[in-house]
Design a protein around this ligand. Structure first.
Ligand SMILES: Nc1ncnc2c1ncn2[C@@H]1O[C@H](COP(=O)(O)OP(=O)(O)OP(=O)(O)O)[C@@H](O)[C@H]1O
Ligand SMILES: [Mg+2]
Length: 255
């Protein structure tokens, strides 16, 4: 299993990057794939054509609240991890033709739900084992890294825009990942769609991490997002899609 986490400042193009990477892996036959929407705002679903609730599924936070708070967590004899795990399988996991999908949702983030956090971690560890690729779309902040839902990651991709803040984000994300002891193999920097080509060389020298190239600006992406259409339906010669393929190849994926 390859676990790829996409981070970055707000609006740099993380979610569309995840969707286009999914499109690439599907087309390359690098399946099965699990997409995880870890952003409380939840737009990954729309970008890959999934409406979780319309499909009769729930976010993980909704399942945690039901399982641990509303039911008091007293189901005799069944350990918490198993309990939430079976709920995720039956009520949280959207199973598509080309990929599966879960959304973490929001509620459980608030306050300290230590038991759900530990149970969720265990459940996710066992769920993700079944996939060749797991892609995690993160919210803009870095707090989620602190929760260590995943402690073993293959690659972290930080999508940057051309600002000092974005490069600070790279340093901070790296530091936090190390501090909270998330083990990862590679930490990559990706130029977002607003990143000027002329700055690519400078970017390479600015960061001590491998710069994989930039995501091409693509009108078609904007139009699809505006219309709420799946980015999986973009033509394969779309500039953004072609650039994401190149970026993934530079990172050695699919493998
Ligand atoms: N390659 C691209 N070319 C042109 N526009 C793009 C591209 N990728 C994304 N966009 C536009 O930028 C907006 C933000 O993209 P996206 O949602 O992927 O960013 P994000 O980093 O996930 O944002 P957030 O931090 O809010 O989660 C999209 O609504 C879309 O219109
Ligand atoms: Mg996003």
């Amino acid at each position: 299993m390859n676990l790829l986490v996409i981070v970055g400042r707000g609006g740099t193009g993380k979610t569309s990057f995840v969707a286009l990477t999914a499109k690439y892996f599907i087309e390359a036959g690098a399946t099965p794939i699990l997409l995880v929407d870890a952003d409380p705002d939840q737009n990954l679903g729309e970008m890959v054509g999934v409406d979780l609730h319309a499909a009769g599924k729930k976010t993980i936070s909704e399942l945690l609240v039901e399982t641990f708070l509303e039911e008091g967590g007293t189901t005799v004899g069944v350990p918490p991890t198993k309990r939430i795990e079976s709920r995720i399988w039956s009520h949280g996991l959207y199973e598509g033709v080309d990929f599966d999908f879960i959304a973490l949702g929001t509620k459980w983030i608030e306050g300290c739900y230590c038991l759900p956090n530990a149970a969720l971690k265990g459940a996710l560890e066992s769920l993700t084992k079944n996939y060749r690729y797991v892609l995690i779309d993160s919210p803009a902040g870095l707090e989620h890294l602190n929760r260590r839902i995943t402690s073993r990651v293959d690659d972290i991709f930080d999508v940057v825009d051309p600002s000092k803040k974005s490069f600070d984000h790279v340093e901070r994300a790296y530091r936090i990942a190390v501090e909270v002891k998330i083990s990862f193999k590679n930490f990559y920097v990706v130029g977002g769609f607003r990143f000027p080509e002329a700055l690519e060389d400078q970017a390479k020298s600015l960061v001590r991490f491998k710069f994989l190239g930039k995501i091409a600006y693509d009108e078609n992406v904007e139009k699809h997002v505006l219309a709420g259409e799946s980015l999986l339906n973009l033509p394969i010669n779309s500039p953004a899609y072609v650039s994401v393929k190149r970026i993934m190849n530079a990172a050695g994926h699919p493998c």
